[in-house]
Design a protein around this ligand. Structure first.
Ligand code: F6R
Length: 369
């Protein structure tokens, strides 16, 4: 039950520190990530030449974060394929391909059919799933469960955070097995993982009221854009999807670098734009590119709301609103940056008097193609 929360979604957003902690639990040994369920698969991880991650909707955005993490740590090329597109062409897959599926419910028909298709063509399959014993994990060679607990609200929140966490763990596990991870990188990542639940809790504690107020002021907004670069890009996509789903406001997420290739034409005075700003500590180049994207849209009158690391002062001259997240590793930022976007969507829907748990036209589990 809701346990005093106004909605299941509010409860599930607040449960994210636990979703992340429970997904990590039992998967760290000393300074290394060891996923016990993947025992005996070392040869598989060493032998593969390619990973395809397949999923739908929010899970496909977690997949995009997973692509960056697995490529960086395990040095194997990763493609992300929407499950419903994957199966209806003639993809190049074989026994050197690992197909990772991601599904909260484990019952999404599109994703299930993609897994079966991959298996029939000789690929090895691994599922990341939140539901014990669901169909997709049963149809896969291996499974890494996310431990977000049951997700009731139609819009996925804590399951998304748990999916990203599981993919970070998978990337670190594969990197260790493949010998592509230095022990310094591995132990930094482990320390970072262990501090994440507390940092997610910090974002919830420090930004919920601010972001909810912001949403209240924006209840009449007709369109919101979201921009991100690197792992901020999938978070921009997720922020836009949450807003569409539960507040019925037109929203789009873009890779910030795409702006000048088209979307900048949408910017007119007053257009709200969320920008996920990567930490300047990881790459001053990527950071400065995003700051110049912000300058470009601000010059055209956009109302700029940035999600930026604490202490990042470079964004201040150009931002109408600043939402702060704690310092973390580059690949871990999505787990912090997504939280204010979930709160924003939820507060805006609430301000419009909508039922955030049961948005129109949507079902929790999509068991038809
Ligand atoms: C968005 C949402 C959907 C699901 C998608 C996949 O909030 O909930 O986009 O993420 O339908 O569902 P699962 O993960 O159950 O396969």
């Amino acid at each position: 039950e809701k346990g005093g929360w106004p909605s299941f979604m509010a409860k599930e957003v607040a449960e994210q520190p636990d979703a992340v902690a429970n997904t990590i639990r039992g998967r760290i040994q000393g300074d290394a990530v060891v996923i016990p369920e993947l025992d005996g698969l070392d040869e598989l991880f060493i032998g593969i030449n390619r990973v395809i991650i397949t999923a739908c909707g929010t899970a496909s955005y977690a997949a995009l974060v997973g692509k960056y993490a697995i490529e960086q740590w395990a040095r194997v090329p990763v493609d992300v394929e929407l499950a419903h597109e994957f199966r209806y062409r003639d993809p190049v897959i074989g026994d050197d391909t690992l197909v990772v599926s991601i599904s909260q419910s484990g019952e999404t028909m599109d994703t299930l059919m993609a897994v079966k298709y991959a298996r029939e063509r000789g690929a090895r399959t691994l599922s990341v799933c939140n539901t014990q014993g669901a169909t997709i994990p049963r149809e896969s060679d291996a499974v890494v469960y996310t431990h977000a607990g049951p997700e009731v609200a139609v819009a996925s929140t804590k399951a998304f955070s748990a999916q990203i966490t599981a993919l970070l763990l998978l990337g670190l596990h594969m990197g260790r097995v493949r010998g592509t991870l230095t022990s310094a990188v591995a132990s930094d990542a482990v320390a970072e993982l262990q501090s994440l639940p507390e940092k997610v809790a910090q974002v919830l504690a420090e930004e919920t009221e601010h972001v909810s107020q912001l949403a209240g002021w924006m209840a009449d907004t007709r369109s919101v854009l979201f921009l991100g670069r690197h792992v901020g890009f999938p978070i921009a996509l997720e922020g836009a999807l949450k807003l569409k789903e539960i507040s019925y406001i037109h929203a789009e997420g873009f890779a910030a670098g795409e702006l000048k290739h088209g979307p900048i034409a949408l910017i007119e005075p007053g257009q709200p734009v969320f920008v996920i700003v990567p930490s300047p500590r990881h790459s001053s180049l990527v950071h400065s590119k995003v700051v110049s994207n912000i300058q470009e849209i601000r010059a055209r009158g956009a109302r700029v709301i940035v999600v930026a690391e604490e202490g990042d002062a470079a964004v201040l001259p150009y931002a109408d609103e600043v939402i702060r997240i704690p310092l973390t590793g580059a690949l871990f930022e999505p787990l912090l940056a997504v939280v204010p976007l979930q709160i924003f969507a939820m507060a805006l829907a609430t301000a419009k008097g909508l039922d955030v748990d049961q948005p129109r036209n949507l079902a929790k589990s999509v068991t038809v193609e």
